[in-house]
Design a binder for this molecule. Sequence first.
Ligand SMILES: NC(=O)c1ccc[n+]([C@@H]2O[C@H](COP(=O)([O-])OP(=O)(O)OC[C@H]3O[C@@H](n4cnc5c(N)ncnc54)[C@H](O)[C@@H]3O)[C@@H](O)[C@H]2O)c1
Length: 457
Amino acid sequence: MKIAVAGAGFVGIVHAAVMANQGHKVILFDVDNKKIDNLSAYCRNETNTLPIYEEGLEELFRRNSREGRLFFTVDAKSAIRDSEVIFIAVGTPFDDKEGKANVSYVEDIAKTIGEVLQVHPSYKLVVDKSTVPIGTAERVKEIIKKYYLGEFDVASNPETLAEGSAVKDALYPNRVIIGVDSPRAEKILREIYSPFFFPHQSGRIHVMGLRDAELSKYAFNTYLAAQVHITNVLANISHEAGANWRAIIPAVLGDERIGRFVHPGLGFGGSCFRKDVSALKRTAEDLGLDECTVQSLNIILEQNEDQKKKLNKKIISLFGEDLSKCTIAIWGLAFKKDTNDVRDAASLIIVKDVLERGAKVRAHDPQAGEEFLKELQRKGVDLSNFSLINDMYEAVNNSDILCITNDWKVYRQPDFDILRNKLKNKIIFDGKDVLNYLQMKEEDFNYFSIGRPDIIQ
Ligand SMILES: NC(=O)c1ccc[n+]([C@@H]2O[C@H](COP(=O)([O-])OP(=O)(O)OC[C@H]3O[C@@H](n4cnc5c(N)ncnc54)[C@H](O)[C@@H]3O)[C@@H](O)[C@H]2O)c1
């Protein structure tokens, strides 16, 4: 395949070399003359240094250039004209003045592609490899369309390599992210990336929508940054408290749940998380740790309380502040599936709030009903409008909205025909990601969940 790579920076250089190594004919272009001269001189053995150092890169570079698969130029237009696939790997630095990522270099490339296509119409696949804000692929498409209305696709393929192991990461990726909105784009990118995996590893090519792929890159980095952050907060406390953080690390790594809590919901509940993070925050305060450290623990607690209120905010946006004409079905009272523990469950906040606004509540949980009732009584909540119902479908009878607040298995594949008959307004709020989103697109319900676009029928 003929491939152009825009931007001879850290990502572009490695990507171009690795693509050439796969047998593609690759032309790497950059606006920086010096860089291109330097790369060319290096491949002619006239200098000994590449603009970046990465183990294994020098050999990869020289060999693929010598064997006629890797070229360099400052002539963007000819590089684009002669290629079917154009990877954009230019910088997207954060502009502190503007307070946002600077995507002007990406837009420059899009404009050049548009101009080339206007004169030399042919199908091109334009692939954003740079880390870009959500919606950039759509913006790139818009820019190209100003010049060319023929066939082309834009895809998102965020880079997942890390500096220091870039060549190894790119030659043997543990996953590839492909964001597309056309089968043709998906086919081409699968063709490019499939050879990097054995057939049994095909699941490592993650195909998703354009916006999903764009966000995925920020998700990886934010998870990692958050982990660095929380590690340092804990290590600071350890230091002041006379504990040895090093001794704790293997035990932390032994907890297989850490790093795997990726399913969104209505916040954490149960007997431990709030209590323990609160206690640790108090320890940090007592030890005189800085405000930032204390606040970073506090924010975990505060965001969690806000998260628990998401469902109530949605109910109010749909039915108004006064819920006296509203009947609300709740599936799930325990703080999570497979337990009858209701301590700190989101359902407590949700049910108390809607009862206080005059709603009738019809609630079901396979195990936690009695405990839930006791807890509401203990909180002094007026229960005259609250019914605990043994049959999950009966709980939905004549309700305006069904709210799923935990993830018991029985809620995963409900009988939609029964729900259709019983649920007055056909509105479902899924606070625990339990229903299949694709299936919900087929069903005639209004469906609200966390982390996915609303489905309004
Ligand atoms: N460096 C990393 O570890 C890493 C990892 C993953 C993703 N990313 C992302 O990849 C992108 C590139 O990162 P980088 O570190 O390689 O950037 P970089 O700053 O090292 O290189 C960017 C290159 O793009 C060139 N460029 C700018 N405008 C151009 C144009 N119109 N035409 C051709 N070339 C142009 C610049 O001259 C420069 O050589 C960024 O979005 C970055 O966030 C970086």
